[in-house]
Design a protein around this ligand. Sequence first.
Ligand SMILES: [Fe+2]
Ligand SMILES: [Fe+2]
Length: 188
Amino acid sequence: MDAYVTLETLMSDSVTKKHLPKAGYSHSIAVAESAYELAVERGVCVDLATKAGLLHDIGHTIWETKGEWDYESYSEYDIHTIKGAERAHELLTLKDEDLGKARAISLAILFHSDSSQVSANVELTDLQRLIADADNMNKEQGGEHHNQEISFEQALQRIRRLDMLVYRHISMQQCCEACKFEQECKLK
Ligand SMILES: [Fe+2]
Ligand SMILES: [Fe+2]
């Protein structure tokens, strides 16, 4: 049996530490927290939702022109959903995440935004819609939400709290009845 992969494990990896600050810990954690709330409300798997929420912007690169954040060229040429889906999948499989879960999380990241047009004409699953909604709940004009920074330690504290909530939620069997990954969560 594979070990359960926590949010803390994902956040503490060097790949995450390298790429997540480009999107900002503040935004990434806020989306993971909103994803948790929405997952509880909608009966979607809290494990998949929080992991996809945390990693949804791991594909961001820094768009700068002459040292200044260039929102216009970012809006025009960005492919962070594609890069993110790939990076997250590599990270998850490196941590021995269940392959079905790794795929579901990766696809939720791929379709969380239509910035690179991959989600045009795609009918989103509940999980994919949830991540797009959680992201939209935590956006500000001009991409400002990527610039509000909190420290790694502050982010880690909040992610540990979320790990606890996910654990409690799954072990009390308050969700996952309809989740096809129920047996794979391994928290019970
Ligand atoms: Fe995004
Ligand atoms: Fe985002």
